[in-house]
Every structure is written in structure tokens, then in C-alpha cells.
Design a protein. Structure first.
Lengths: 416, 184
């Protein structure tokens, strides 16, 4: 897996407060870390893959200056390798296969000649090794007492266009290293996790006469149709308790945001403008944020469920056509250049509903589909740049973006 | 001076002849014994007697129906749109009128499916909605030409159904379109 690291700015932000404000601190002050591989089983290709994944994860933590040399040593050596003498931290791990073929990993974190953390991991199938690497990074982050990176262990679901009207729905880890195609053949788009546990998902099927929302239970493999609409059908958001959905439907060719109650299977129209209203997101239990063309160009608005009045949320950008919310924060996609076809076309911006600050989060390419992590610590997005599709991750409090390229196809939509 | 030239020419000749003399060497150590791996057994299925029999009448009629539909679809011409717009351009009006005539007459037995499409600028819902509004514009135009509302369905494919994938303005303008499809 090849990883591109994009350091958008040389400086990092030092403490979380208002995430739209950048507080400047020099990057050199981050502690250094090196990784030593003491694996005894497995071939070099697998050892390399695992090492690369660990390095990528440690980088994404944004807590260290990570040394990228793949050095090998004995697990029980008391001192760190001579090349790593000056490192603040050394992470040493040993992979070995046990009698039943499971992948075991033992690790220790060494700080100034002292072992400060030891852990053991075990998985039955070695092809999901990246999830162990993410868990290791998560545990190191916990040890460093940094804000939780729970999202690292979560799974991403995305749709990829492989040919006109042909898509695949894929479940992956956040780096796209692990990919499992769950729906193949056909024209299926806009996948969305159905609950926090990520054991079911919704998606739109365009193969039937009318666009249809389907629900798949991953554990049982059971698929069922939920609701159909002429013209358009998208599940835009699922409430925190997973009981309510925000759908975009267009029963008469008129796209609007609808609230769908899962238990009663009843839907209620929430927007009434005669143009385009789409992409509803829950801001809280009573308020939604959505994208509307009511000003003559797409922009972000909010409204209380059941109320008629609508409030404009964003005053910057010529065309703001997608958003995601977390607490008081809204991240949105915006076209900034007046030339619709220039290379630098769509960027992501972060605003707070409590302040006037705007922070630009991306700098090049077409950046879209922003999606807050479940804890608001990071934003996942899709970047299309020079015919390469990638999943990007923005560490808000560290002011850094990381990109993980998709090997083939074009990312259509994703959720995590 | 001459000596230098001669010696350098001689040198060059030596170098080149040295190259030419090198014969490709086969490294025999690389020839590993490949152990044949056993592949999975070929998957088979059995078609039951009633499934294997074909109703010839049904087949011929549906076949001719499909050919008829394909021919008619060729007479229904694609409508193109401007960037970020869903109103029907003046130069597309004639196409809509002629398609409406086909829809009312030769294709009157079929349902018309309008497929809205967009260029690659964004895969979000707004783009899908734009594709749908394009289809909706064509639907309204067809209705005003006398085509029955109940015979028309719409769908938006957003940017996921391009006819052209080059990164040019011309290509993008080909993708901003509404296609006609017939459904039985």
C-alpha cells in the first residue's frame, strides 16, 4: 500500500478548543518514534505490508515524527538498535504464527531504555492484519493520553463505479488496505451504515424500475427493500439511535428531504422548495441541515423539524453542495473558483454554528463527501485529483491530511 | 591529437564490440520446480426439465418486441444541457418535439423512462438531483406536447453513467444529458 502524506501546512494546532481556529505550534517539537520488527514467522512481503501499515497508522495519529526505516532485530534484545539510539520512542513488535495458524503479535514500547507499554494481539485470519495495526495505533494513542481515535477501528463502506451503470459496494478499513466487496454487479449507490455497530447498512438500488432503498444485515446476509421513489432515492443520514432516517426522495420529479421512521415505515416531507432540496443531516434531534438551490446556487441551510422557517448556514463559497455535521460544527464542500473547469475546483471548509470563523481544510483537486467521524475527531472525505480517487482523512486538531488511494474505479459515495 | 582520436575510436570499438559479444545468459538457478497446485473442482449446475424447455411463442414475441423497442429508442434523441442548468436549451426544443411525436405514435405501447445524467463535477446528491431536474424538464415538455403523464418514469444516474470519460469540456457537455429508454 502506497501512502501519500500531505502536510497541508507546516504547523500543527496545539490544543482543541474551537476547531475552526488554528493555534500554531512547531511540528519539530513532536517526539520521534522508530519501529523495530522482530517477526519470526511469515515472508518478507507480508512483513513489509504490516510494517507499512503500522507506519501509516502512527503517522495518522499525528503525535510523533515517525522514522520510516524498516529495521529488524531480536525481540528480547535489552537495548534498542544503535540507529534508533536517539529516538524518543521505539516500538518493537514480533509477529508469529501459532499452532492453529492464528497471527499473534507481541509488542513493547520503549522510552529512554525503559519498557513503558507491552501488549499482545491475536487474530485468526492474517488477511485482516490491518485492523490489528489500527488497534495497535489506537492503544499507543491511549497510552499517550491523546484524544480518542476510536474511529481508527471502525469500518468504511463505499461504492465504486467500475463502468457506466456498474458499481460495487465495498467494506474496508479507513486506509482502504482491507477491502471486501459485499455487493457486486448491478447499479447500487449511496451506501450508509444503518447503526453504530456497523452490522447493517442501507443502499440505493437503481436496477429496479424505481430507485429503491435496501437494507442489508451483514450478520445474516438478509436483504430487504425499504421504500421506493420515482426519480431519486438516497439515505442521507441515520439518527444516532438509528430509528430515524433522512432520505432524499422525488416522487413527482421534485427532490426533497424526507424524515423516515424505521419502526412505523412512515415518511414525512420536511422541505417544500420547488427546486432542489437534498442531503439532509441531523444537527441534533430537532434540527436538520440540508443542501438547497433556493438562492440560485447550492448552499447549506438548516431548519427545525416541523417548522416552516429556514436559516442559511454558510455565507462563503459560490456553490456549496454537500455537508456533514458534528455538534456545533459543519463541514461543507465548496466550489471556490469562478471558472467551473479549473484544476482547483472543490474544497472542504469547516465552520462553527457558534462563531464566524471559516477554516479551509483542503487545497487541491475535487474534494467531496465530507463525513465527520462518530466522535468528531476527524473528517473522512473523497478526493479525486488527476484521475486518481483517494479516501482522505483530516485530523482537525493536528491540521494534517492523509490520503489513501483507491487502486481502481472511482469512489462514488462512502460512510463510516 | 591524432593519437588521441585513434585511441578513443579504438576504445569505442572495444566497448561496443564488448557489448555485442555478450550473449544472453540463462541463469539456471532461477528455474525453480513449480509444484502444480490443485484447483477447485469446476462448479456445475443442473437445469431441471421444466426450466430447460423453452416456450418458442413467448420467445419470438418478446424478441421482436425488444428489437422494435431498440429501433424506436434510436428515434428518441438525447437532450443535452448547459453546465449547472436544467432548463431545455432553444436548440434542443426540436429534438423534444420530435421525440414527443414518436412517443405518442410509434412508441405509444411503451412506458418512457427518462434517465438524467451529469458531468463528473461532483458525485454528491445535488448532482443527482440536477440530473433528475433535467429529466423532469424533459418530462414536463413531453406532457405539454401531449404525452400522458402516467407513461413517463424518471431516474437520475448522476455522474455514474458517462458516455465519454475524457477530461475535456466537449466530453463533459456530452454527459450532461437526458436519455430516453422504453420499458414494456
Amino acid at each position: 500500500m502506497r501512502i501519500l502524506l500531505i502536510f497541508l501546512f507546516v504547523f500543527g494546532i496545539s490544543y482543541a478548543g474551537d476547531a475552526t481556529i488554528e493555534v500554531i505550534k512547531k511540528v519539530e517539537s513532536l517526539p520521534s518514534i522508530a519501529v523495530e520488527d522482530s517477526s519470526i514467522s511469515y515472508d518478507n512481503t507480508f512483513k513489509d505490508s504490516f510494517f507499512k501499515t503500522i507506519i501509516a497508522d502512527l503517522n495518522v495519529l499525528s503525535l510523533f515524527n515517525v522514522d520510516r526505516h524498516h529495521r529488524k532485530t531480536h525481540f528480547n534484545d535489552t537495548s534498542v538498535m544503535v540507529e534508533n539510539k536517539d529516538m524518543d520512542y521505539v516500538l518493537r513488535y514480533k509477529m508469529f504464527q501459532d499452532d492453529v495458524g492464528a497471527l499473534n503479535i507481541e509488542l513493547k514500547l520503549i522510552n529512554k531504555e525503559k519498557i513503558v507499554l507491552t501488549k499482545q494481539y491475536k487474530i485468526n485470519r492474517k488477511n485482516v492484519f490491518m485492523f490489528v495495526a489500527h488497534t495497535i495505533a489506537y492503544d499507543i494513542n491511549e497510552f499517550m493520553q491523546a484524544p480518542s481515535v476510536e474511529w481508527m477501528k471502525r469500518r468504511v463502506i463505499f461504492s465504486r463505479v467500475v463502468a457506466p451503470q456498474k458499481t460495487e459496494i465495498v467494506i474496508s478499513d479507513y486506509t482502504l488496505a482491507y477491502q471486501h466487496t459485499v455487493i457486486k454487479g448491478g447499479f447500487n449507490i449511496f451506501p450508509k451504515w444503518a447503526n453504530k455497530n456497523q452490522d447493517a447498512f442501507y443502499y440505493t438500488s437503481l436496477d429496479s424500475k424505481k430507485p429503491t432503498l435496501k437494507h442489508v444485515n451483514i450478520k445474516t446476509g438478509k436483504s430487504k427493500s425499504i421504500i421506493s421513489s420515482d426519480g431519486m432515492m438516497v439515505c442521507s443520514d441515520v439518527s444516532r439511535d438509528s430509528n430515524r432516517l433522512l432520505l432524499t426522495m422525488a416522487p413527482d420529479g421534485q427532490p426533497d428531504v424526507y424524515l423516515y421512521d424505521v419502526a412505523s415505515a412512515q415518511s414525512k416531507k420536511l422541505t417544500n422548495y420547488g427546486g432542489i432540496d437534498v442531503n439532509g443531516q441531523f444537527l441534533d434531534d430537532e434540527t436538520i441541515v440540508f443542501v438547497s438551490g433556493r438562492l440560485g446556487y447550492p448552499n447549506i441551510f438548516s431548519k427545525k423539524i416541523g417548522s416552516r422557517s429556514v436559516e442559511q448556514m454558510v455565507y462563503y463559497g459560490k456553490s456549496n453542495s454537500a455537508s456533514s455535521t458534528f455538534g456545533d460544527y459543519i463541514v461543507y464542500k465548496s466550489r471556490e473558483s469562478s471558472n467551473a473547469f479549473s484544476a482547483n475546483t472543490f474544497n472542504l471548509h469547516l465552520i462553527s454554528t457558534k462563531t464566524d470563523f471559516i477554516r479551509r481544510l483542503t487545497a487541491t483537486g475535487v474534494n467531496e463527501f465530507p463525513k465527520f467521524s462518530i466522535d468528531g475527531d476527524a473528517i473522512l472525505f473523497i478526493k479525486n485529483y488527476k484521475s486518481q480517487s483517494s479516501i482522505g482523512i483530516i485530523r482537525l486538531n493536528h491540521n494534517k491530511n492523509y490520503l489513501f488511494p483507491l487502486k481502481y474505479g472511482r469512489l462514488q459515495a462512502m460512510d463510516w | 591529437m591524432k593519437k588521441i582520436i585513434i585511441s578513443s575510436v579504438a576504445m569505442a570499438l572495444l566497448v561496443f564490440s564488448g557489448c555485442a559479444d555478450k550473449e544472453p545468459v540463462v541463469d539456471e538457478k532461477v528455474q525453480e520446480v513449480v509444484v502444480a497446485q490443485e484447483v477447485e473442482t469446476v462448479k456445475t449446475e443442473v437445469v431441471s426439465a421444466e426450466d430447460s424447455s423453452i416456450d418458442e411463442n413467448a420467445m419470438s414475441s418478446s424478441d421482436s418486441n425488444e428489437m422494435n423497442m431498440a429501433n424506436l429508442e434510436r428515434d428518441l434523441s438525447t437532450v443535452y444541457f448547459d453546465f449547472d442548468k436544467f432548463n431545455i436549451r432553444a436548440d434542443m426544443q426540436d429534438k423534444v418535439t420530435s421525440s414527443a411525436a414518436v412517443a405518442k405514435d410509434a412508441a405509444s405501447a411503451f412506458t418512457i423512462k427518462l434517465e438524467g445524467n451529469c458531468d463528473e463535477w461532483g458525485s454528491d446528491e445535488y448532482n443527482f438531483a440536477l440530473g433528475l431536474k433535467r429529466a423532469s424538464s424533459v418530462k414536463k415538455a413531453l406532457i405539454s406536447e401531449g404525452v400522458s403523464d402516467s407513461r413517463i418514469t424518471m431516474v437520475s444516474y448522476g455522474e455514474s453513467n458517462p458516455v465519454c470519460t475524457d477530461k475535456t469540456q466537449e466530453c463533459w457537455s456530452k454527459n450532461r444529458r437526458v436519455d430516453f429508454k422504453l420499458l414494456p
